[in-house]
Design a protein around this ligand. Structure first.
Ligand code: AMP
Ligand code: ZN
Length: 116
């Protein structure tokens, strides 16, 4: 996926403010943070969205989820955080390379779903 911005981050073609990297996962600060702590956990493998994940990705997705609370704590989330995977058009996904948002800070996060 040569035009995908998150593939470029994974391949080190463009810089990111990384907080973690291993052979299959990268985590970096969101460029437009919604809260004092806001980072993204991505697989190096290009998967368009969670809707395109399948059984083959089970281990990778599991590792991303298990990693997230450890990184959240390192980033100062001592009393919880929110984990979000925006998926597809209805989910408001903007970057079509699967990513897990971890959002937190010092105050309780606002409610997520706006009615009306
Ligand atoms: P979404 O696809 O709606 O889940 O959100 C994509 C997220 O990626 C947004 O929060 C953006 O601020 C973030 N983002 C886009 N480009 C970059 C980048 N180059 N580095 C870090 N975060 C980015
Ligand atoms: Zn990609």
């Amino acid at each position: 996926m040569d035009t995908c911005i998150f593939c470029k981050i994974a391949n080190r073609e463009i810089p990111a403010n990384k907080i973690y990297e291993d052979e299959s996962i990268v985590a970096f600060h969101d460029i437009n943070p919604a809260a004092p702590v806001h980072f993204l956990v991505i697989p190096k493998l290009h998967i368009d969205s969670l809707a395109d994940a399948d059984e083959r990705h089970r281990d990778l997705l599991g590792r991303m989820l298990v990693l997230a609370p450890r990184l959240a704590k390192e980033q100062g989330c001592n009393d919880g955080f929110r984990a979000i995977i925006n998926t597809g058009r209805i989910g408001g996904q903007e970057v079509f390379h699967l990513h897990l948002h971890i959002i937190g800070g010092h105050q309780r996060l606002p409610g997520m779903i706006h009615h009306g």
